[in-house]
Structure formats: structure tokens, C-alpha cells
Design a protein around this ligand. Structure first.
Ligand code: NAD
Length: 398
């Protein structure tokens, strides 16, 4: 079976789905690896490194003409989709719940689509395949560096002949995978760190990293299904925002990561909270996107400085800014998934398997993933608008 690594063509995407180090794992399993010319350039893996590792380098047309399975990081572009042919499989973070039309297109082309962002994350056998976690981990680390670069003072306490600098007070809102890495990184830089999450279970994790956990009376228990948070009621949201504001204004740097499966990110930092923050404060909203974020006034890919001197950063694709580390981790995730599906040198699709049921989106010309198929039913194509005007959306991996 021929497995191909294509060159990502999304704007600003520097990651590559497979790194030279992992080629060996696939060839040892009897697979042939083909790499599109220049696929690893953005992550500093030259074609020569892939050749030395046992892969063959091919031109774009030859890659699509000969591959049985195509590995990607993000979903293929329109141009790439038109190159896929019947019987081929594509594996990547395809975000089918955000873009179900892609699934429809791939099913129509009889392409088997397998998406890592549908991976069930709590099974021990999926730990090595959990790309959402590996990439969130990198994003959490980089968010702290982005904040530190923007912040006009030190993170650690420094005692010098020119005076003493107090440590930065940093707050992390949402302490899942990204938030915990942000806490660890900020602590290593010497900041005084607090964390908050609606899931009471995260308290122990936050405290074990040496940070202070903030307990609010507004929300007793915000845990939902599958280890994720549930959406708060309107009353809870309002009470939470009001109570959080008192904590937010006492911090110099705030990093937000809060997400709820199937919903737009909750607003945690209101306009009033931003207005009450001191000049020079920095907020990094990791959830900022066209769908909104955790912070009033944040925008994906933009840095906004408010009238009262608060810098609000909406970083875009943080894992891509650490393309080598992100590709190394992703490569291990995608190869572990691929090898778990391969049997006797071919893909063995089995939807009765719990892992495959989560990740296989299209097969045999059909959209086989129930949640994606549901989104493609005519009534579900328009996002539901709640009474508060917020549109509900499904997010990648959820
Ligand atoms: P996520 O990206 O869905 O959300 C980030 C964090 O935001 C979560 O911790 C969530 O509780 C929090 N949040 C949501 N609404 C909030 C609100 N209104 N206020 C404050 N915080 C809010 O989460 P994730 O990082 O993907 O992880 C979700 C869970 O899955 C975590 O419990 C994580 O530990 C768990 N997980 C477990 C495994 C495993 O068992 N191996 C692997 C990966 C993740």
C-alpha cells in the first residue's frame, strides 16, 4: 500500500503530516511512503531527509495518481479535493463537524475520509493517536510565550541593582490540555499563576502544577459528558462573568482556552472586565475565531489595543508557529492511527470498532459518521439561533 504525504496548502500552515523519523515505522510495517516535493520545508524537514529515511519524493501529479492513502494535517483545499480519486483514503484533521460539505464531496468521490479530530480521547489505546491533545499542548506553551513577548514587564521576580521587579500575575481560564500547559510554562518563566475551570476535577491538576485554583460560587459543577465541560445556563454565565471580573482585574496577563463541545466558546472576559484592567495588561484569547471567543473584542489573527491600554491577542494557528515540534507530535499520532487500521497491507475499515467509529467520516461512497450525516440533513444545515442571539456551532473534534 502506498501512503503519501502531501504539501499543506492552507495559508500560513507550516506543519507536515509525517516527519522523516516516522517514515521507518511505516516502511517496517510493509507500507511504501511517498512524499510530495517540498512537503516538509515549512517544518524544516528537507526532501533529502525523507529520502534518507526510505521515502520516495514525487511531483504533485504523481503523488495523487499513485497513492492509496493520503496523509494531511488540515483538511484538503478545493484544489486538492479535486485531485482525489475513487478508492483513495485521506487521513487528517478534517474538521467535518465544522465543514460537513467536505464530507459530502469526499463521499461523492468515493474517498474514504478519516479524521483525527473525532478520536475518542479517554481510551488508553488512543493516547498515542490524540492529535487534539498534542496540538493543544503546543498551543498552550506558545500562548504564554506570545503573552510574555507582548507584556512590557518581567514574568519572574527579579532583584537587580536597578530595583526589584515583582512577578507577573497570570491567570489561565479553562484548564484543559492547553490551559495546563500554559500554567506549567508560565510557572517555569517565574510568573505567579492562578487557574480556573468549570470542571471541579481540574482543581487537583492546577494545584499539582503549583498554581492557585480559583473557586467561584457562581457555578457549582460545570462538568459535562466525556470529561468535557457542559454549556452553562444564561444565569450561570452571567454570575460567572461577574464573579470572574473581580479576579481578572487583579491579573497582569490572562490566557483563555475555554471550549464547550458543539457550542461557540463561552464569553468569560466581558467588555466591562477589559475596561477595568490596568494599562499594560495582556490577554491572549486562544478561542478567538470568526465564531467569537472567550474575550469581548478579540478577533482571530488580530491584536487589538483597547483605549485603556489592554492588549488583546487572538492568535491564529499557534501549533503552526512551532511547526517542527507540532509535526513531530502529529506524525506520531497519525502513524499510530494508520497502523491501527492497516491489516495485511491494506486499510481494514471496521465501523464496529470504537475508535474507527469516531474517526471514519466517509466510506464506500457514504457519509458514515452519524454526527456529520446529521449535519448534512437539510433542516440541520442552518445553525440554530438561541434566544440570546448566539448561534450554536459544532467545533472541530467535538
Ligand atoms: P476543551 O478544549 O474542550 O476546553 C478547554 C477547557 O475549557 C476545558 O478544561 C473546559 O472544562 C473549559 N471550559 C469550558 N467552559 C468553561 C467555562 N465557562 N469557564 C471555564 N472553563 C471552561 O478541553 P480539552 O483541553 O480538549 O480537554 C477536555 C477534557 O478532556 C479535559 O478534562 C482533559 O483532561 C480531558 N482529556 C482527557 C484525556 C485522557 O483521558 N487521556 C485526553 C485528552 C483530554
Amino acid at each position: 500500500m502506498k501512503v503519501a504525504v502531501i504539501k499543506e496548502d492552507a495559508p500560513g500552515e507550516r506543519r507536515v503530516a509525517l516527519v522523516p523519523e516516522t517514515v521507518d515505522r511505516l516502511t517496517k510495517a510493509g507500507l511504501e511512503v511517498i512524499v510530495e516535493q517540498g512537503a516538509g520545508d515549512g517544518a524544516w524537514f528537507p526532501d533529502s531527509a525523507y529520502s534518507e529515511a526510505g521515502a520516495s519524493i514525487a511531483k504533485t501529479d504523481d503523488v495523487y495518481a499513485t497513492a492509496d492513502v493520503i496523509l494531511t494535517v488540515t483538511r484538503p483545499s478545493e484544489t486538492q479535493v479535486t485531485r482525489l480519486r475513487t478508492g483513495q483514503a485521506v487521513i487528517g484533521m478534517l474538521a467535518p463537524l465544522v465543514n460537513p460539505q467536505l464530507a459530502r464531496q469526499l463521499a461523492a468521490r468515493n474517498v474514504t475520509a478519516i479524521s483525527l479530530d473525532g478520536m475518542p480521547r479517554t481510551l488508553s489505546r488512543t493516547q498515542a493517536m490524540d492529535a487534539l491533545s498534542s496540538q493543544a499542548n503546543i498551543a498552550g506553551y506558545k500562548a504564554v510565550l506570545v503573552a510574555a513577548a507582548e507584556y512590557g514587564r518581567f514574568f519572574p521576580m527579579l532583584i537587580t541593582a536597578a530595583g526589584t521587579a515583582r512577578p507577573a500575575r497570570l491567570l489561565v481560564l479553562g484548564t484543559g490540555v492547553a490551559g495546563l500547559q500554559a500554567i506549567g510554562t508560565a510557572r517555569r518563566l517565574g510568573a505567579q499563576v492562578s487557574g480556573y475551570d468549570v470542571r471541579p476535577a481540574s482543581r487537583g491538576e492546577v494545584e499539582s502544577l503549583g498554581a492557585t485554583f480559583i473557586v467561584l460560587t457562581a457555578v457549582d459543577n460545570g462538568a459535562g459528558e466525556g470529561g468535557y465541560a457542559r454549556e452553562l445556563t444564561a444565569d450561570e454565565r452571567q454570575a460567572q462573568q461577574a464573579e470572574l471580573t473581580a479576579h481578572i482585574v487583579r491579573h497582569d496577563v490572562v490566557i483563555t482556552t475555554a471550549q464547550v463541545p458543539g457550542r461557540r466558546p463561552p464569553l468569560l472576559i466581558t467588555e466591562d472586565a477589559v475596561k477595568a484592567m490596568a494599562a499594560g495588561s495582556v490577554i491572549v484569547d486562544m478561542g478567538a475565531s470568526a465564531l467569537g471567543g472567550n474575550v469581548a473584542g478579540s478577533a482571530g489573527g488580530e491584536t487589538v489595543i483597547t483605549e485603556n491600554g489592554v492588549t488583546i491577542i487572538g492568535p491564529e494557528n499557534l501549533p503552526s508557529t512551532m511547526a517542527t515540534a507540532a509535526s513531530n507530535a502529529y506524525s506520531r499520532n497519525i502513524s499510530a492511527l494508520l497502523l491501527s487500521i492497516v491489516s495485511d497491507g491494506a486499510l481494514a475499515i471496521d465501523l464496529s470498532d470504537e475508535v474507527q467509529a469516531g474517526v471514519v467520516v466517509t466510506h464506500d461512497g457514504q457519509v458514515v459518521h452519524p454526527a456529520v450525516a446529521k449535519l448534512l440533513q437539510p433542516a440541520a444545515e442552518v445553525p440554530v439561533t438561541r434566544a440570546d442571539g448566539d448561534a450554536d456551532v459544532d467545533r472541530p473534534g467535538h
